[in-house]
Design a protein around this ligand. Structure first.
Ligand SMILES: [Ca+2]
Ligand SMILES: [Ca+2]
Ligand SMILES: [Ca+2]
Ligand SMILES: [Ca+2]
Length: 599
């Protein structure tokens, strides 16, 4: 049975291949119970499912040709070369078209001259132009994470980037250029840190976006140990590889309060964040986990528990990941938490969470029972069918617009050393796509969702957004030492959808923390505007809901500062812009890309 881990099994193929009489002897008790539950489910269709989306790799024709350098392509010597690389869909010039910001790295020696983070402007015809230089965003470092938010409420989205080194805040000047305001904003580190997860969050609900910043490990090139079979934490499955995170110090995480004058104050101590130690922080997401109207923060922990920082409404937080069921796996194991996707996969109005993990570990699907109580349903849901790869970026979003949010993940190993020893641990990996079957379970799709799914890269962060404004979610992926991948979604025709863009007035302008609940035909779908999710990445802020055959929906908005507004019988297949206190307003242009070629 151990061999099946390395083969491209899907749950369905696995079940088909095992004689029923033998299965109980070779499957674990937990898997057996889960499979029995799935097998007994009459909703599992006998007849073929309706077509799913096809994903087409349009990176080259879109002009995303610049490789994103990150460490050496042939070896990894230090942990700083292993985890970074988020990306973002955001509209930096307010023209209604999603632009792309993608993080790059460097090399310890001989960094190529063209290594830099990259900003690509959307040309509205399926192509992009690299505007990095013009925008003033040229920078080459060990960039890890990106979060987007309008911290100065001037109507233009700003960028925060974390690094191994010095994190950076870029203010959007509104004229296509950005200014590095890190020092002016009071965000300089006294010493080198390994910044990773970050999210804008208005934790004290004063209308100004504050900033949470996570750190990964204590690391110093001067003193770092190197690969060794003798040193614990410097090998994996009998192969000497770069050291960590095990054995390294776990640094503190930071919260900065926005003073409203362009500066921030470090409130890590008074908020209690500085006491939440012991986790190697990666992706940070802020959403209202316990449904009390105040934003909480969930931080993925590599080989350590995820931290769920619950907002106390008085400027302080308490950490309750373990008791709320989202810190570790359902059977109590600490896993390698990398990325986080947040969405409502079973349409019950509560935000569920998917956390990506290390190889030989399944991604964790944590079902929210309401009020911030989670149960691990990874096995029952069918995600357990594939644990071949190290997973990074993730979402719970409806990719085929059938009304049931799906799960997509990127994958890629942490070092090429492993595949030289065993083919079980490939360096380059395919994408992982799980179709929501509408009955609490998912089926993994391969070629049937397009050959681009099986194409292999060393992927890290990915972002979800509709770059061609055609009503389905496309995907941009950061790949190590390769150009980014842009997957155009060709979703099945006939399914309906709606997008909601929130514009804060009293609340923060980006409306981060705004919660949109759709109701129709006795169903509920909920989403929140988030500044970071996936793996160290930031999604299109226009919330996208697939609706299947539904043509009108009721919309309820809860604004970040608490006010709620409702809209009845809103028509599907449009972008609805809602301004706080003003209702539905005209908003930015929304039309399909002009001359986009359909492959
Ligand atoms: Ca734009
Ligand atoms: Ca701004
Ligand atoms: Ca779906
Ligand atoms: Ca699209």
């Amino acid at each position: 049975m151990t061999d099946t881990k390395s083969l491209p099994w899907t749950r369905r193929r696995l079940l088909q291949s095992i004689p029923a009489a033998v299965a109980p002897a070779i499957l674990s008790g937990q898997a057996r119970r889960a499979i029995a539950a799935v097998s007994a489910n009459p909703a599992l269709p006998e007849k073929p499912l309706p077509p799913f989306s096809k994903f087409v790799d349009v990176s080259h024709s879109a002009g995303l040709t610049q490789p994103m350098y990150y460490g050496r392509p042939d070896r990894v010597d230090y942990i700083v070369e292993s985890v970074g690389g988020g990306c973002a869909f955001f509209d930096y010039d307010n023209d209604g078209w999603m632009d792309i910001f993608i993080l790059g790295g460097r090399r310890i020696e001989n960094t190529p001259a063209d290594a830099s983070n990259r900003l690509y402007k959307n040309n509205r015809d399926g192509t992009f132009t690299d505007v990095t230089e013009k925008a003033g965003l040229r920078d080459c470092g060990w960039a890890s994470g990106v979060c987007i938010g309008d911290y100065d409420n001037d109507g233009f989205e700003d960028i925060f980037v974390t690094y191994y080194g010095q994190n950076k805040l870029y203010r959007n000047n509104g004229d296509g250029t950005f200014t590095d305001v890190t020092e002016k904003a009071g965000l300089l580190n006294p010493k080198t840190r390994f910044g990773t997860g970050c999210t804008f969050v208005d934790y004290n609900r004063d209308g100004l976006l504050d900033l949470f910043v996570a750190n990964y490990v204590e690391f110093d090139f001067a003193t770092a140990p190197t690969a060794s079979l003798e040193v614990p934490g410097c090998n994996f499955e009998g192969v000497a590889i770069y050291c960590g995170p095990a054995g390294m110090g776990a640094p503190q995480h930071f919260l900065y309060r926005n003073n409203g004058d362009g500066t921030f104050t470090d409130v890590s101590k008074e908020s209690g964040i500085s006491t939440m130690l012991g986790s190697y922080g990666l992706t940070a997401v802020s959403f209202d986990a316990d449904e009390d109207g105040w934003p909480d923060i969930l931080l993925a922990g590599d080989e350590t528990p995820a931290l769920l920082m619950i907002n106390n409404h008085d400027g302080t937080f308490r950490e309750e990941g373990l008791m709320r069921g989202v810190a570790v796996s359902g059977d109590g194991r600490m896993l390698g938490g990398m990325g986080i996707g947040v969405g409502d996969y079973d349409l019950d109005g509560h935000l569920d969470v998917v956390i990506t993990h290390f190889q030989m570990q399944i991604a964790g699907l944590y079902h929210c029972l309401g009020k911030g109580e989670f149960e691990d349903v990874s096995i029952q849901s069918g995600l357990g069918s594939d644990r071949r790869f190290v997973q990074w970026g993730a979402c719970i979003l409806d990719l085929d617009n059938d009304g049931h949010p799906d799960i997509f993940m990127t994958a890629g190993n942490v070092t090429p050393e492993l595949e030289r020893v065993t083919a079980k641990f490939p360096w380059r990996c395919p994408k992982m796509l799980f179709r929501n079957l509408g009955n609490g379970t998912f089926a993994e799709l391969g070629d049937e969702a397009g050959p681009a799914i099986a194409s292999r890269y060393v992927s890290r962060g990915c972002a979800f957004g509709d770059f061609d404004n055609d009503g389905d979610l496309d995907i941009v992926i950061m790949n190590y030492n390769d150009p980014p991948t842009l997957l155009r979604n060709d979703s099945p025709s006939g399914n309906h959808w709606i997008k909601v863009r929130l514009e804060g007035v009293k609340s923060n302008r980006s409306a981060i923390g705004g919660r949109v609940t759709l109701t129709y035909n006795g169903k509920t779908q909920v989403q929140e505007v988030m500044s970071q999710s996936s793996h160290l990445s930031s999604n299109d802020p226009r919330l996208h809901f697939g609706l299947g055959q539904v043509k009108t929906v009721d919309i309820e908005v809860r604004w970040p500062m608490g006010r709620t507004e409702s809209f009845k019988a809103v028509a599907a297949n449009q972008l609805v812009t809602i301004r706080e206190g003003k209702g539905i307003v005209p908003g930015r242009p929304f039309q399909k890309a002009a001359a986009e070629k359909r492959a």
